[in-house]
Design a protein around this ligand. Sequence first.
Ligand SMILES: CC(C)(COP(=O)(O)OP(=O)(O)OC[C@H]1O[C@@H](n2cnc3c(N)ncnc32)[C@H](O)[C@@H]1OP(=O)(O)O)[C@@H](O)C(=O)NCCC(=O)NCCS
Length: 67
Amino acid sequence: MRVLAGAEVPGVQLSTTTENRAALGLYHKLGFAVTARRVTPLWVPWLGHPAEHLCLTRRLQPADLAL
Ligand SMILES: CC(C)(COP(=O)(O)OP(=O)(O)OC[C@H]1O[C@@H](n2cnc3c(N)ncnc32)[C@H](O)[C@@H]1OP(=O)(O)O)[C@@H](O)C(=O)NCCC(=O)NCCS
């Protein structure tokens, strides 16, 4: 994120599911917030059932240059 902020990229988007508690803990700690959610069959091949897919975003700011 420091490199992206240095390149004046305005923000970062990523995705996971509500089931990946470890990933969500990390993303929230880094300042990401859920901006969209939808139950989808996308994960059925791996999980064996539909999952709630989350999109998380975080704006980058000049302060991120110090990360
Ligand atoms: C996501 C990830 C990078 C987070 O790393 P981290 O911030 O160091 O966090 P940890 O791996 O220590 O996990 C945090 C907590 O979730 C738990 N956890 C980790 N993996 C888990 C799993 N598969 N299922 C349930 N709980 C899990 C840990 O035991 C820990 O619990 P605690 O806080 O009570 O000690 C790391 O868990 C990982 O590499 N996961 C596998 C790949 C992955 O899921 N990537 C994200 C794809 S969206």
